[in-house]
Every structure is written in structure tokens, then in C-alpha cells.
Ligand binder design. Structure first.
Ligand code: SF4
Length: 310
């Protein structure tokens, strides 16, 4: 009787798991049966045999724990930079159980970019000319994240290459860095348009809406987890609210660092996030540049940057 119930449960599990697109699930038996925890939720025939023989009348509790695919079981083991591990304290290698070298990061980001380029998870995938995954130094300490590509980015498939991008380049240079030293990306990877039937029009930009952000955010989260920068600067209110997970206004979110917590991935090490103005907003309101510079100086102080030589 109990065996039949367990077999039915295993069948339900198979159907449930088959309906999941990209996540793995950990199947956990009741706490008193910790020894019966299965190695993965992929219930193979052999695993079915391993299911515990339940005495009549006893209940089996099953919990599903959503587990990001990219995190291997060994990722739970934190590797500290010590003489034994041979890692320098400021090592660019991601301190996770699956240590990512620069080459591994490059490969992982390139594979993700290919996935993004063929993505049609939301309607923006139908109107874009080019997806814009992001670009920059895979070992960057600093990442800038905007809201979405605009007209020029859509044509070139590169982030922040229009007028706002030129201002961002100047902001990065003022910090004493080059564009190639940071990583630049957006929350939404495809151009949100007010008139998707006419992508050739200028002035056809809008911010991504909540559904589009929800569809796309796993890509930026994965990028952040692969690069694992020390600091993320959220450019504009849309990016800041989404990544800080706080609906306050940009004005209320600015001026302090937050611990970055992502929905779909576990970061290998802590990452701080700071909100500032989007460069496009600074072009419209040059008077805000002084405040944006104060924000960037907070990051510079943390990273020990002296700014551009006078
Ligand atoms: S915006 Fe993001 S989720 Fe939507 S189609 Fe583009 S890549 Fe896919």
C-alpha cells in the first residue's frame, strides 16, 4: 500500500519536474529520514528503488526546494582566500564551490549572450533589431546596470552607445577607469518601444514594464553572479527599484549601499549596490550631475579610485 503511494508520488514528481523549464529541484524526505534524501529530483528507476519502505500509516513529507541550475552542490562550500587555497584576498576568481576562472566566466557569459540573442520570452523579442546582452570586463569590480537598450543600442547590439552612453563613458573616465575595465548591461536585453510596429522611428524609447523586467531579470542576475563584481551601480530608478527590490523613489534609494540579493541565483560572495541617475536623465537635467558625481565618489572611495588625473 505504502509502496503504491510512493510510486504514485514518484510519477507525480516526474510530471512536475518535466514541466519545469530550467530549474532543478531538491527532493527532501521528512526530517527524520534525512538519510533518505535523494541526490537530485530527477527520479530515475534506480532512485525509485531507493525510496524508503514506509510502514503502514506513516506519512512521508516531501519538500521542494528551488535550486538554481548553475549552482552545483559543491557551490555551498565556501572557499576562503588563504595560503592553503592559494587565492589572493583580492582574487578575481569567484569564491564559489565552482571556482570560475576568467576563461570560464568568458565562456559562461558568451553562452548566456547566445541564449539572450535567441530569446523571445517576452514581446520585446519580436520587435527588437538586436538583443543587447551587455559587454565589458568579465573580472570587473564594478558593473553598471541600466534599464534597457534604446535606438542606437538596438541597431548596434551594444549597451550605452548613444548620447547617454557617451556621457556614461565620461562618468567612468572621471572615476579614473576605462569603459573596458567595467561591465555594462541592462535589466531588459531588448529595446522597449512605445511603437513596436515602427522600430525605425527615433524617440521610440520607453522603460521596460514590470512584466518585461520579470521575464528578463534572470539574465542580468546570471550575469552578475558570473562576473561577481564588488559593486553594482544601478543607473536610474527602474534598474534601482528592480535590483534593490524596493519601490521607493530613486531619490529615496540614493546615497547608501545595499546588499544585493538576487531572486534566481546565489551570489558566490557579497555584492553591494548603489543607485544613481541614468545618464539619459542627466542629459535632460544637467543640474543633477553634481549629485550623480557624489554617488560615484562613494564607489570610488570603496574601490580606492582617485579619479581621472587633472
Ligand atoms: S527582453 Fe529579455 S525576456 Fe524579453 S525577449 Fe528580450 S531577452 Fe527575452
Amino acid at each position: 500500500m505504502a509502496q503504491d503511494s510512493l510510486r504514485r508520488l514518484a510519477g507525480e514528481l516526474r510530471r512536475f519536474i518535466a514541466n519545469q523549464e530550467e530549474d532543478e529541484f531538491i527532493l527532501t524526505a521528512a526530517p527524520q529520514r534525512a538519510a533518505d534524501i535523494l541526490p537530485s529530483a530527477s527520479v530515475q528507476p534506480a532512485a525509485q528503488e531507493a525510496l524508503p519502505k514506509m510502514p503502514e500509516g506513516e506519512t512521508l513529507t516531501v519538500e521542494f526546494t528551488r535550486k538554481p541550475k548553475s549552482i552545483t552542490p559543491s557551490a555551498a562550500v565556501e572557499v576562503q582566500p588563504t595560503a592553503e587555497t592559494g587565492l589572493a584576498a583580492d582574487s578575481q576568481i569567484s569564491l564559489s564551490g565552482s571556482l570560475m576562472t576568467t576563461a570560464q566566466k568568458t565562456t559562461a557569459l558568451a553562452e548566456l549572450a547566445e541564449t539572450i540573442k535567441s530569446c523571445t520570452r517576452c514581446p520585446l523579442g519580436s520587435s527588437r533589431l538586436n538583443a543587447v546582452p551587455g559587454e565589458g570586463n568579465v573580472d570587473a569590480d564594478l558593473m553598471f546596470v541600466g534599464e534597457g537598450p534604446g535606438f542606437d543600442e538596438d541597431r548596434q547590439g551594444r549597451p550605452f552607445v548613444g548620447r547617454a552612453g557617451q556621457l556614461l563613458d565620461k562618468m567612468i573616465a572621471a572615476m579614473g577607469l576605462k569603459r573596458e575595465q567595467v561591465f555594462i548591461a541592462n535589466i531588459a536585453k531588448c529595446h522597449p518601444m512605445t511603437d513596436p510596429l515602427h522600430p525605425e522611428k527615433h524617440g521610440n524609447d520607453r522603460a521596460p514594464n514590470a512584466e518585461e523586467i520579470a521575464c528578463c531579470r534572470k539574465y542580468i542576475e546570471k550575469q552578475i553572479s558570473i562576473i561577481c563584481p564588488k559593486y553594482v551601480v544601478a543607473l536610474g530608478g527602474v534598474s534601482a527599484k528592480a535590483l534593490i527590490a524596493d519601490a521607493k523613489s530613486l531619490g529615496a534609494l540614493r546615497g547608501k549601499f545595499y546588499d544585493l540579493h538576487l531572486d534566481s541565483v546565489t551570489l558566490p560572495r557579497p555584492v553591494k549596490i548603489l543607485a544613481t541617475f541614468h545618464p539619459a536623465a542627466l542629459l535632460r537635467n544637467p543640474g543633477w550631475k553634481k549629485d550623480a558625481w557624489l554617488d560615484l565618489q562613494m564607489v570610488m572611495a570603496e574601490l580606492g579610485l582617485k579619479g581621472a588625473a587633472k
